[in-house]
Write a protein that binds this ligand. Sequence first.
Ligand SMILES: Nc1ncnc2c1ncn2[C@@H]1O[C@H](COP(=O)(O)OP(=O)(O)OP(=O)(O)O)[C@@H](O)[C@H]1O
Length: 304
Amino acid sequence: MSTLVLDSVSRWFGNVVAVNDVSLTISPGVTGLLGPNGAGKTTLMALMTGFLAPSAGTVLLDGQPVWRHTEAYRQIGLVPERELSFGYLTGRQFVRANADLHGLDDAGAATERILGVVDMVEPASRNLDTYSKGMRQRVKIAAALVHDPALLLLDEPFNGVDPRQRMHLMDLLRRLGDEGRTVLFSSHILEEVERLARHIEVVVSGRHAASGDFGAIRRLMTDRPVQYAVTSSDDRALATVLIAQPSVRAVRLRPDSGLDVEVADLGSFAVGLPQWARAHGLTLLDLSPSDESLESVFAYLVNR
Ligand SMILES: Nc1ncnc2c1ncn2[C@@H]1O[C@H](COP(=O)(O)OP(=O)(O)OP(=O)(O)O)[C@@H](O)[C@H]1O
């Protein structure tokens, strides 16, 4: 069982800070690395696998630095986001090439074993060019696992994969985690991460924004202030009623019609709004969230 520890890790490219003072621990089991596009997930994975040197801080696998440490490389498998560019190879040849690169004693047997684990024995004699996206992902996972590493990192493994194959991949990663491997996958989709990860790390704009199980992360995201657009039979009267409520943080009249309402406590607001309207003889005509983008959720987390 392996544990990866990042201690105050930063990485900059010229004056772009891709990763900014990140400290986190990845333990055995499945962890999700959640963040919007450009958050620094790919750079973090490159730092974690020892492909990239930190500009500051350290990345330790079981107490050993991963940068320029070949012993650590034997314990790490990476499934990169980029597509396979060796379409002329068969799945078996591709996995075997990785087994040979690792200098495995019985590269042929290791190749067959891992093709079985990812359920790709039958299509393994076909060229990579002929595979679906999900099959290519499975063969990439086989290549990353052929040397039996304790740590497996996957960069956006579900991107473009159809729902059935996605379930299949999730089952596979869950199984690898249950076996005691340390599995980290990145994603920009909360639902995807929630379904699979026991533990979630959130990164935004290169910074570590939150950490916890999916209940904790979900609570952080639903407890944030939320914007609603509300239209009623008398918006000015409703504004007066709403601003008196502790669950409401701000109310603004829209130029055309309706109100923008910033809600601090979604639960109380959802229960109270129809009651307040009824008590003052007002009719609610429309209620819709106006600020539901994942980017705004992330912006809230990082600015907390
Ligand atoms: N080699 C590089 N040179 C300059 N800037 C870079 C380099 N690599 C990454 N960056 C910048 O660092 C930031 C983080 O990029 P990164 O690819 O790690 O994010 P990401 O979360 O993986 O995003 P995506 O999901 O879109 O790939 C971005 O602003 C990116 O432009």
